[in-house]
Write a protein that binds this ligand. Structure first.
Ligand code: AMP
Ligand code: ZN
Length: 112
């Protein structure tokens, strides 16, 4: 499958890994929008949040279990933002479900 994040998970394309377990992979965004900008992805390919259903939703729990560990590791003791862009209007550019963790500064209040 021609998917950038599947290739990153497989190690075919290099990434700056910050966390990995059986179900989840996390790495630094190549174009950081904050002092800490990490992408958290399921190891199984799901294109976007709109394709979550009862059969695959366990991966969401695994991701949200990993996020506090990643935040602690990154020193985000004062909070952070979790973002998911979905589809065209959400400006999703990589079609493998991912959650952005942004932090390390006071983030703008505007959510678009
Ligand atoms: P989105 O716009 O929500 O689909 O986010 C995709 C993100 O992937 C963007 O923030 C990009 O900067 C990031 N990105 C694209 N290619 C890479 C890469 N090779 N390594 C790390 N992050 C990447
Ligand atoms: Zn993929």
């Amino acid at each position: 499958m021609d998917c950038l994040f599947c290739k990153i998970i497989a190690g075919e394309i290099p990434s700056s890994k910050v966390y990995e377990d059986e179900n989840v992979y996390a790495f630094r965004d190549i174009n950081p929008q904050a002092p800490v900008h990490v992408l958290v992805v399921p190891k199984t390919h799901i294109c976007c949040a709109d394709k979550i259903d009862a059969a695959n939703s366990a991966c969401i729990a695994r991701i949200f279990e990993a996020i506090p560990k990643i935040a602690a590791q990154e020193g985000l003791t004062n909070g952070y933002r979790i973002i998911n862009n979905c589809g065209e209007d959400g400006c999703q550019t990589v079609k493998h479900l991912h959650f952005h963790i942004l932090g390390g500064k006071k983030l703008p209040e505007n959510m678009g």
